[in-house]
Design a protein around this ligand. Structure first.
Ligand SMILES: [Zn+2]
Length: 148
């Protein structure tokens, strides 16, 4: 029903008095000069612009938070699993060769200790960079199977 009454209120540009009128016949952006019923000065009536309803945007699909990459290895002999996560470098930085010792990687525990002594600790800072690689190779060499 394009001509159904559409009462809107416009405010006088001089006295700011509210003027209710039927805006159904108004074209978009059309103004009509009338005499204000409040102050008697000519003012323009227009249908207040009503912003179109904001289209409902579907919520953005949540970016799957990057899961810390965890590599899991399974000892086929007893089913025991160990994981090598992204933080292995931090553990190695903190514990150095003791981390390898705790993990049973004696070659690197010993080599890491000797290297740390002979390089005045420089190797201690290098080991974290290759720690993940060492652990992965360690498990694979021992015949463990990567399960993840
Ligand atoms: Zn007025």
């Amino acid at each position: 029903m394009p001509n159904a009454p559409r009462f809107v209120t416009c405010h006088c540009q001089h006295c700011n008095g509210g003027i209710e009128f039927d805006g159904a016949g108004f074209a978009h952006g059309e103004t009509r000069a009338i005499e204000c019923p409040h102050c008697g000065i000519e003012t323009n009536l227009f249908v207040p612009y009503r912003p179109p309803p904001i289209p409902q945007t579907p919520p953005r699909p949540q970016q799957p938070s990057r899961k810390a990459q965890v590599l899991r290895f399974k000892n086929p002999a007893n089913g025991y699993t160990e994981s090598v996560d992204e933080n292995v470098w931090l553990l190695v930085l903190l514990f150095g060769c003791f981390y390898f010792a705790a993990k049973g990687v004696w070659t690197h525990a010993v080599a890491g200790f000797i290297a740390a002594v002979t390089t005045c600790g420089i190797s201690w800072l290098v080991y974290p960079l290759v720690a993940k690689d060492i652990m992965v190779k360690n498990y694979l060499r021992r015949g463990w199977i990567q399960v993840e």
